[in-house]
Design a protein around this ligand. Structure first.
Ligand SMILES: Cc1cc2nc3c(=O)[nH]c(=O)nc-3n(C[C@H](O)[C@H](O)[C@H](O)COP(=O)(O)O)c2cc1C
Length: 145
């Protein structure tokens, strides 16, 4: 399966660690949506969208990228890292109506020093852990079976 993951990871690089682990192990292409707003995705079998969760949403750059570039009839998957809770609603809204097939979702905790959490040294220190990265790789391998 030829895959690409479109990602944004602006807080601590937590999501980047997750997608890089998958890319390294499984040869998946990566696109940083904060730097590349457009790309022809027609040659990919599966397209992943990955992001930290900011105010309960995927990063706006990933949402914009999906809105502009997601072709019809693709297999898709979602990955997020979060402080407290993953949420896929924002990206689901954008991909709806493209006749996409959702293969699965993966989420794990990421280090978070946003707002008041900074005062207590942040939450999720050391996250994503090695175990999380392995779980992410296993998640992708399972999709690709
Ligand atoms: C501006 C901002 C808003 C955030 N909002 C949420 C939120 O609504 N829910 C949550 O669980 N985590 C929230 N977080 C924590 C991030 O989702 C978490 O740290 C994530 O791993 C960041 O990923 P990144 O390092 O790849 O950017 C927020 C972080 C920031 C900086």
């Amino acid at each position: 399966m030829k895959s690409v993951i479109i990602y944004a990871s602006t807080h601590h690089g937590n999501t980047k660690k997750v997608v890089e682990a998958i890319s390294k192990e499984c040869g998946v292409d990566l696109v940083d949506a904060t730097k590349v707003p457009e790309k022809d995705l027609s040659g990919y079998d599966a397209i992943g969208f990955a992001s930290g969760i900011y105010a309960s949403k995927f990063h706006q750059s990933v949402l914009n990228f999906a809105s502009v570039n997601l072709p019809e009839d693709k297999k898709i998957f979602y990955i997020c890292t979060y402080g407290a809770k993953g949420s896929y609603k924002s990206i689901e809204k954008v991909t709806a109506g493209r006749n996409a097939t959702l293969l699965g979702t993966f989420g794990c905790k990421g280090y978070n020093t946003f707002g008041p959490f900074k005062l207590i040294g942040g939450t999720g220190k050391g996250c994503p852990t090695e175990k999380d990265l392995q779980a992410a790789v296993d998640f992708y391998k399972e999709l690709d079976k």
